[in-house]
Design a protein around this ligand. Structure first.
Ligand code: SF4
Ligand code: SF4
Length: 390
């Protein structure tokens, strides 16, 4: 952990930045009851808020980096403390003072890669469109109906790329006129903002907004609920207003319009995991279920913690870049919940969830008993009659 130069100054900043929010707390502890961290370690948002009231938050403690911004506790808080915003305020202060979560290296590498290449994965910007190799995907040009913005993980990560490819295949089959920006696309910035680097978020947002405007973009289709959230709810802070649609919504629309034929069957027992940023943060619960219910042969089984009570996969708030030791992973718990329902497939609609669940599946003893799928991959498989093997 790095040394804090002027602790007194930090105390003052904490008081100023989150002061009003923190002071509303009357220490009821309801946030700790619902927080998924308490299933794996001893963690208290209530305690963090209490310390912040007195300007005493242990800014050097790794606890301030734990919150995944899952959105579960703000819904229960009787005093509207807005734990996510309060927590982000603390992280911003820490970041400004050069204090980072341990180990420091991953977040530093992420930031450097976002600055240099526009993605957190240390990949080259010029390779951003390579996921579409072999598919008839065009570069976006003015007048096209839709910009498809796959985001960082579906652009580069070998597993998540399958989601981008499935999306492109479905759009193609449905006759949608769409294009991508390839190397001109930059990370949306949502997660680095939640991790406390406000300046970098603004820089990425401005880059994307300029590119959208320069290229005449009006409607943006996304695969990631994190891109969805920031484009829809945070980019308007820059006085812009693009039409944003998540693939779960668009796919549901395309199916309603009968834009493609579902030739095959999917004879599997499936359970659906609501990603925090699609569900709790943006209220999109029905469309993914409507899609799955329309697939011939598929049996949809709900887990008890679903919709507004969905259990976080552990990937929000920048946690996707931080190491979470075995035994502390919510994604392991979620897979256990899916298996308890007898599910053969755990379906979701977020690249972070896919990444975390696949990691868990590979390291869990009974992981082989379940497949992890994005809903677009399931639909693609039913349309094409085969699974894509990259
Ligand atoms: S937002 Fe979620 S992870 Fe963060 S403190 Fe609240 S319940 Fe815990
Ligand atoms: S739920 Fe709200 S009021 Fe209760 S302890 Fe948590 S932050 Fe404080």
């Amino acid at each position: 952990m790095e040394t804090v130069a002027d602790f007194k100054e930090i105390v003052e900043v904490i008081k100023e930045s989150g002061g009003d929010l923190f002071k509303r707390c009357f220490q009821c502890g309801l946030c700790d009851v619902v927080c998924p961290w308490n299933r794996v370690i001893d963690f208290s948002m209530r305690k963090i808020v209490r310390q912040a009231v007195f300007g005493l938050t242990e800014i050097e403690s790794d606890d301030i980096w734990r919150c995944t911004t899952c959105g579960r506790c703000p819904q229960k808080c009787p005093r509207d403390v807005q734990q996510i915003e309060s927590g982000m305020a603390l992280r911003r202060i820490a970041t400004e003072y050069g204090v980072f979560p341990t180990p420091v290296k991953p977040i530093r590498t992420v930031s450097a890669s976002l600055v240099g290449e526009g993605n957190p994965l240390n990949e080259e910007r010029k390779k951003r469109g390579e996921w579409a190799k072999g598919l008839s995907v065009k570069t976006f040009s003015e007048g096209m109906e839709i910009l498809y913005f796959p985001g960082c993980y579906p652009s580069y990560d070998p597993r998540a790329k399958k989601v981008a490819r499935a999306t492109a295949a479905i759009l193609d089959r449905a006759g949608v006129e769409f294009g991508i920006l390839g190397p001109k696309e930059s990370c949306c910035g949502e997660s680095i903002r939640k991790a406390g680097d406000e300046d970098l978020f603004k820089r990425l947002a401005r880059e994307n907004i300029k590119t959208f405007i320069d290229n005449g973009v009006k409607k943006i289709l996304v695969s990631s609920p994190h891109c969805y959230h920031t484009f829809k709810n945070e980019y308007p802070e820059f006085m812009v207003d693009f039409e944003v649609i998540h693939m779960a919504q668009f796919l549901c629309q395309l199916m309603d319009e009968g834009r493609f034929e579902l030739k095959g069957e999917y004879k599997k027992r499936v359970t659906y995991h609501d990603p925090c940023y699609l569900g709790r943060h943006n209220g999109i619960y029905e469309e993914p279920r409507e899609i799955l219910n329309k697939i011939p042969g598929l049996i949809l089984k709900e887990m008890p913690e679903s919709r507004v009570d969905s259990l976080c996969c552990g990937g929000g708030g920048g946690r996707i870049w931080m190491e979470t030791p075995k035994g502390e992973r919510f994604s392991d718990l979620r897979i256990e919940q899916a298996l308890a329902e007898g599910a053969q497939v755990l379906a979701t609609s977020c690249p972070y969830c896919i990444t975390n669940f696949e990691d868990s599946r590979l390291t869990m003893e009974n992981g082989e008993a379940i497949e992890i799928k994005d809903i677009t991959e399931i639909v693609r498989e039913v349309i094409e009659g085969t699974e894509e093997n990259l």
